[in-house]
Design a binder for this molecule. Structure first.
Ligand SMILES: [Cu+2]
Length: 173
């Protein structure tokens, strides 16, 4: 837990390898905050979303959620935007192993969610990286993001800022 928190707070790398199993993710996230922002236009439901709280001078943080594509065609999340007051940029990242080191990499082509499928953005995998935070992220506040999809659909979402990884809490039960 301490080891985990340090890495989370400094955001050097993602922390532990999590199997991107949708069923496992759903079970873990069931204890977390439920944020259902269904949007008829995009047919994408955002579940269990949150941004990680930081110390005040932190310049980066990460956002996690599960996207459920409720339409009958594939959807690709191509970009995410954040208000300038909060941060200078939001990027779609993945986590990859380079030798023994986990590194984050921007996904220029975005992430595709197959028709009817769910994709989890979580520690050790996909995540939304916030860069150039102005005042860090304060626990208990909310942030607004706009998700953009390849067909120019947009989805505005509001997510809570939580201090810890939902799964860290879960592991203490
Ligand atoms: Cu990242």
């Amino acid at each position: 837990m301490c080891y985990l928190s340090k890495f989370l707070k400094t955001l050097l790398v993602a922390i532990y390898i999590t199997t991107l199993s949708f069923s496992a993710s759903s079970a873990a996230f069931a204890h977390g905050h439920q944020e259902h922002n269904a949007n008829q236009k995009t047919d994408i439901m955002v579940m269990s979303g949150y941004a990680r709280a930081t110390f005040p001078l932190a310049k980066t943080s990460a956002v996690y959620f599960t996207l459920h594509n409720q339409s009958d065609k594939d959807k690709t999340l191509t970009s995410v935007t954040v208000s300038e007051e909060l941060a200078s940029e939001a990027q779609i990242h993945t986590t990859v192993m380079e030798g023994d080191v986990m590194k984050m990499r921007e996904l220029e082509d975005g992430v595709t969610i197959g028709a009817g499928e769910m994709v989890s953005f979580e520690s050790g995998g996909y995540h939304i990286m916030l860069l150039g935070l102005n005042n860090g992220l304060v626990e208990g506040t909310e942030i607004k993001l706009t998700l953009r999809f390849e067909d120019n659909d947009e989805l505005d979402i509001t997510l809570p800022v939580n201090k810890d990884d939902v799964k860290s809490h879960h592991n203490h039960h």
